[in-house]
Design a protein around this ligand. Structure first.
Ligand SMILES: [Zn+2]
Length: 113
């Protein structure tokens, strides 16, 4: 499962931060999921709950901000909601559409003791 290895990555980063900064506990982890990452925030949250047991983040809350999926028309610049994917621009009818967004997963902040 893709999200499980991502959750393990997050835990590794958190542990590395802890080694560097010497905090005891993590209270909150805020993540940002890119619109093009293909990551399911809910699955990631569940996976994280599985990997954080017996770690410094065992009681942490996890906040996931999903980047909005927005399609931009290359012809007129109109933007549309990407879910479900529009076939043509609602303003000019062009089919030259561009789905933009980040493909990554970032830790935005850690709240620690
Ligand atoms: Zn357009």
């Amino acid at each position: 499962m893709h999200e499980l290895s991502l959750a393990q990555n997050i835990m590794e980063i958190v542990e590395a931060e802890r080694a560097e900064h010497g905090f005891e506990r993590v209270h909150e982890i805020r993540l940002k999921v890119g619109a093009l990452s293909g990551i399911d925030p809910q699955a990631l949250e569940l996976a994280f709950e599985a990997v954080r047991e017996d770690t410094c983040a065992a009681e942490a809350t996890i906040e996931i901000d999903a980047e909005p999926r927005v399609v931009t028309c290359r012809r007129c610049g109109a933007t549309m909601d990407a879910d479900p994917g529009p076939v043509a621009c609602g303003s000019c009818g062009s089919t030259d559409l561009d789905l933009q967004g980040s493909t990554g997963l970032d830790i935005v902040s850690l709240e620690v003791d």
